[in-house]
Write a protein that binds this ligand. Sequence first.
Ligand SMILES: Cc1cc2nc3c(=O)[nH]c(=O)nc-3n(C[C@H](O)[C@H](O)[C@H](O)COP(=O)(O)O)c2cc1C
Length: 463
Amino acid sequence: MTMVRDQSRQSLRTFVDEFAGAHPSDVVRVKEEVGLDYDLQAVVLELERRRRFPLLLFERVRGSETPIVANVMASRRGLAFALSVDEPGLPDTYARRLKEPIKPIVLPAAPCPVRVVRGADVDLGTLPIPLYYPGDAGRYLTAGLTVARDPDTGVETAGYHRYQVKGRDRMGVSLHSRRRMFEYQRRAEARGDNLPCAVVLGLHPAIGMGSLAYPAPEISKLEVAGGLFAEPLEVRPCETIDLAVPAWAEIVIEGEILAGAREPEGPFGEFTGYFSRRSTEHVFLARAIVMREGAWFQSIASGRAPDHILPLGVLREAEILNAVRRVIPNVRAVHVPTSGGASFTAYVSIAQTRPGEAKHAIPIVLGVDHYLKLVVVVDDDIDVFDESDVLWAIATRMQADRDLVVIGGSLGAMLDPSASADGVTAKLGIDATRPFGQAFADKLVMSPERHAWARDLVDRLGS
Ligand SMILES: Cc1cc2nc3c(=O)[nH]c(=O)nc-3n(C[C@H](O)[C@H](O)[C@H](O)COP(=O)(O)O)c2cc1C
């Protein structure tokens, strides 16, 4: 598995090389041969059980010449490194750069040697596409970033969507997040057209982080990625369709989502922690496969694996910070925990300066994204990254007849098994702050000086 650094800091290879240099124990090369049937998922699950989330390079894959990289977005440290900041700087830097999109720069061709396979020669079976969970309907591409253009406005989008391999050139795809890709396909289909798109694997994590964002409709997700790099994203033209993709991608599958075609897709082990049978059941036909020399295949473990869900939570934290800060100046911290699939739950701490701020914040947070369905607002003495602290605030500062906000019949996540089959859900906000400006019980706090003394003593005891 070559580790030659590309000339660009925007490639996955450069990221892995630099991340390994800065944090050697966070990049693990697996030299033992692994199989494609469940092995990758099992390794990620076992590491997670040990609270370890390293980037993984599987160098020897049974039956394939192509190595596999996994867990690229599995840790906050890695996501922070992708933005060239340290971990504490991640939320604010991410939030700020999301607001500073930069237009991409189009290179005349791929900046590295690529091999193109077209038409009847296309065979998805040549790629090392894994099985993740026993119970999945088949082999799945999980790290394919789909790039397409709005047929009405020409604005590009990019997003991850699961692809079930169904034949040499045929895949089922689910657009269940029902965001831009879903809408672009709907617009193309209304005209009777297929939607040309490119499925891109092997990307610097900043590009994936940009793709999850909620920019204004006239802003391309490729511009958002540029903002995250703080420089224009380098893109290259596709070989068979009129689209540009990140220039240093390892593998690009060019094709189209068919108008008017729907076929069963799934079940697949989803971010909710359940097998999902819900799907939009779209159909993708591959027209070409473009691979770098010595290409790396990328895999994202499925289900609740951090590589799958952590970037969704961190993105939501950044978007919530931006949205709430517009109207509430003293937002302290936001946590979208993995216990809520990094999608459904948000904890927000604020330093109240006016009565009613917590209740005002609730619909703003819920409006950031239709997946969010439980928001808890706490005071700034509560650590939103400590869920027991949040539960303590709910237990001791919330009164249910006064502090709950419920919105029924709202757009939600199709894959939430408690929502209706078409994804309609109820949303709950909890104001777990102390009543503003009123006397409230004093919290137990140790004197800082005795705490420091005790810390030293306990250190000396070696406990
Ligand atoms: C690893 C990963 C897998 C995802 N899988 C899907 C999927 O299968 N279908 C889907 O609609 N959204 C999926 N999502 C969420 C979308 O990628 C995300 O909402 C994206 O911003 C949508 O892009 P769009 O605005 O171009 O539609 C996934 C996200 C991640 C991080």
